[in-house]
Design a binder for this molecule. Structure first.
Ligand SMILES: [Zn+2]
Length: 262
């Protein structure tokens, strides 16, 4: 079960204990926009029912990126337009099956058989409204911008900007409560993507995991990512060992090693 936080007027975040996930809802005058759908059909259905407690308006979905915890619950919203970056769709086509197997195994090994079975049963829904760098949605008396600021946490991160509310859903470009995840990341260009987020000048930043944050938090995370990018360059150039990089990194060893592997 999740719980809603109203981050701004008609801009809600739903928080989950599992993975500390945060998904979103933007309510306009004629329709609403669901930001990410959770990690399986059960999570998606719980979210869809929770959206219906907030608004009866027709919905559309936007996926911030292809990782299972953000995209595998989409079938609960069908039929619906599903917005995403063009490469998000491509990545779901190529990695969806592998993600399903990997995470079903992960939860089974942890003894969480119910979650494992739900992930194994997911019917993947591919995005049908594809974005390159920028798209504008009109929800009725409310415009929402979908923006891609270059490779960062993945090669297809979209942020969802709600200008009239001063809020932006940053997906996993920003992580609160845990270090950023580097498994599919592009450490060298991640800081520039955060510059794009900061340039929106939205005082309320809503991460894909954790609690809402402010500009200072994003600037601080950007500074840490600049340092990680520098460590990656130094190791690649042979001027630093991986052990030295781990010792100087702002993040725990496994996160730093994941960044160095990119
Ligand atoms: Zn992610």
């Amino acid at each position: 079960m999740g719980r809603w936080i109203e981050a701004a007027d008609g801009v809600l975040v739903r928080r989950y204990q599992e993975l500390d996930l945060s998904v979103g809802l933007v309510v306009g005058g004629e329709s609403c926009l669901v930001v990410d759908t959770g990690g399986d059909a059960g999570q998606g259905a719980e979210l869809a029912a929770a959206v219906r407690e907030v608004t009866p308006l027709p919905w559309q979905v936007v996926l911030t990126h292809s990782h299972f915890d953000h995209s595998f619950g989409t079938e609960a919203f069908a039929p619906s337009s599903v917005w995403a970056h063009r490469r998000c769709r491509a990545d779901l086509v190529t990695s969806g099956e592998q993600q399903r197997k990997q995470w079903a195994r992960h939860y089974r090994e942890r003894g969480e058989v119910e979650i494992s079975d739900r992930i194994a049963a997911v019917r993947l829904v591919l995005p049908d409204r594809l974005v390159e760098d920028h798209a504008e949605l009109d929800l009725g008396d409310r415009r929402v911008g979908l923006r891609h600021f270059g490779p960062a946490h993945s090669d297809h991160d979209l942020v969802v900007h709600v200008p009239d509310s001063g809020a932006v859903f940053a997906g996993d470009l920003v992580e609160q409560g845990a270090p950023p995840q580097f498994g599919d990341a592009f450490p060298q260009s991640w800081p520039a993507a955060l510059d794009g987020v900061l340039a929106l000048d939205a005082p309320i930043v809503l991460p894909g995991h954790g609690e809402p944050v402010d500009h200072k938090f994003v600037r601080d995370q950007r500074a840490e990512l600049v340092l990680v990018a520098e460590l990656c360059r130094e190791v690649a150039a042979g001027r630093l060992s991986a052990e030295q990089a781990v010792a100087r990194s702002p993040y725990p060893e496994e996160f730093t090693l994941a960044a160095l592997a990119r």
